[in-house]
Design a protein around this ligand. Structure first.
Ligand SMILES: Cc1cc2nc3c(=O)[nH]c(=O)nc-3n(C[C@H](O)[C@H](O)[C@H](O)COP(=O)(O)OP(=O)(O)OC[C@H]3O[C@@H](n4cnc5c(N)ncnc54)[C@H](O)[C@@H]3O)c2cc1C
Length: 401
């Protein structure tokens, strides 16, 4: 592998870093008031990003993006991850980025026109509605939401209960995972269906309070009731029964995006930890950084972040060269490993900041709360570890189910 970064990409990364530092970090002070409080100010930043030609960097050039490889976009994602507002400002935020990718791959021309084009333009938002409170999300083939085909009306009739549908508040449409063929093979029972959120029977019950905050707009997690929610038959996204297949395809690159965003968070937290260690004095001339424990935290964090970045870039490189299927072990490895590095680095940074680390005067506490979910969403740690261990044990002649 060649670890060098091409001059064009280096320049792009420097431009993005400056934008994040100058335009976005000053807005973070308002994060504590909720995402909606940032509305007009953040929209103004999004216009600046567009004007600078930096919009939707993840997309192919023919769709207005930069045509970056996954590994190249990984570097961009790291830079954007240094602020909780980075990905949103550049219109490459989850869950829209994943929905954009599946609409590009599976959307019909009509679906692209109605849903994808405004998503790319940043004129509306979307959400992905799969997890249900009544069933273990770790085993997504278990699902209660049904979509029945009313042939006479030419419609799907959806009934079910979802939660943790991130960004449902204010979204224009949801991509809903529902069982369309209950008697089929467990992995071919469900399909993905596009549901406009103003459809009668789509009911956002609440934004779920998480660690004391219900959030709002893009930064929220919705609980949704689908009650005889009817959509035209051609709202199916991709082939009938291909729901899981498409979800898997979405998750591969998605994990690279998340992991590199987490590394961006780690770098910012690390930088803040070092700044504080260098300037906070325990006694005249004795900064925190003079203490061996703090030095060990700095050195351990540096090694962990560096190693994490390398395994994520390697996984991205493998996906770029051999596809998602070939890289599935690497994808599981990075998901649980980088999530744990993130928790450790944030924890150390908070500890070094003392009481200040718990306040909303720095983004550390925001990340500590919001990113605890990193070990749970897109597959909990334990599931990924099982995937990796089973594949390894198979080479030793053990097949565990
Ligand atoms: C911040 C956040 C955002 C999310 N966004 C979305 C979204 O946009 N759309 C959506 O559909 N869902 C979303 N989710 C839901 C997420 O995908 C699920 O939480 C996840 O799949 C786990 O499912 P569960 O919560 O039902 O936990 P369960 O499946 O009930 O598992 C509970 C715990 O059991 C343990 N466990 C599970 N399986 C195993 C195993 N095989 N071996 C050992 N231990 C195991 C794990 O520790 C796990 O945390 C989000 C979740 C969070 C936290």
């Amino acid at each position: 592998m060649d670890f060098s970064i091409a001059p064009d990409l280096k320049k792009l990364l420097a431009t993005i870093r400056e934008f994040v530092d100058v335009e976005l970090i000053p807005l973070e002070a308002k994060l504590g008031e909720g995402f909606s409080a940032l509305g007009p100010a953040l929209e103004a930043k999004r216009r600046l990003v567009k004007d600078a030609g930096l919009w939707t960097p993840h997309l192919p050039k023919e769709h207005g993006g930069m045509g970056l490889s996954l590994a190249e976009f990984g570097h961009v994602s790291e830079e954007l991850g240094r602020s909780p507002l980075g990905h949103y400002a550049f219109n490459c935020q989850a869950p829209d980025i994943g929905n954009t990718e599946i609409l590009l791959d599976y959307g019909t021309e009509a679906q692209k026109k109605r849903w994808l084009e405004p998503l790319i333009a940043g004129e509306h938002r979307s959400c992905f509605s799969m997890t249900e409170p009544e069933f273990a999300g770790s085993n997504p083939v278990l699902m209660g939401t049904m979509a029945e085909h009313d042939e006479a009306a030419g419609q799907w009739v959806i009934n079910g209960h979802k939660w943790f549908t991130t960004s449902a508040d204010g979204a224009a449409f949801a991509v809903v995972m529902a069982v369309t063929d209950p008697d089929g093979n467990p992995h071919a029972r469900a399909s993905q269906i596009i549901v406009p959120t103003d459809t009668p029977g789509f009911r956002l019950m609440r934004n779920i309070p998480m660690m004391g905050h219900a959030g709002s707009g893009w930064a929220s997690h919705g609980e949704i009731a689908y009650e005889d929610c009817r959509v035209p038959f051609d709202s199916l996204l991709g082939p009938r029964g291909a729901g899981f297949l498409i979800a898997q395809q979405r998750l591969g690159p998605g994990r690279i995006h998340h992991c590199m965003r987490w590394i961006g968070i780690c770098e910012r937290a690390f930088d803040m930890m070092c700044q504080h260690a260098a300037t906070r004095e325990l006694a005249p001339g004795k900064p925190l950084g003079s203490r061996q424990t703090v030095q060990a935290w700095i050195a351990e964090s540096r090694a962990e972040i560096h190693a994490a970045r390398l395994i994520v870039l390697h996984a991205a490189w493998r996906i770029d060269h051999e596809g998602v299927y070939a890289a599935r072990e690497e994808i599981s490895l990075i998901k649980f490993h980088v999530a744990s590095v993130l928790q450790r680095v944030l924890d150390r940074a908070i500890q070094v900041h003392g009481a200040l680390g718990l306040t909303d005067d720095t983004p550390l506490a925001f990340w500590y709360g919001h990113e605890r979910g990193a070990r749970i969403y897109d597959g909990p740690d334990e599931v990924h570890k099982t995937v990796v261990a089973r594949r390894i044990l198979k080479k030793y002649g053990i097949s565990v189910q």
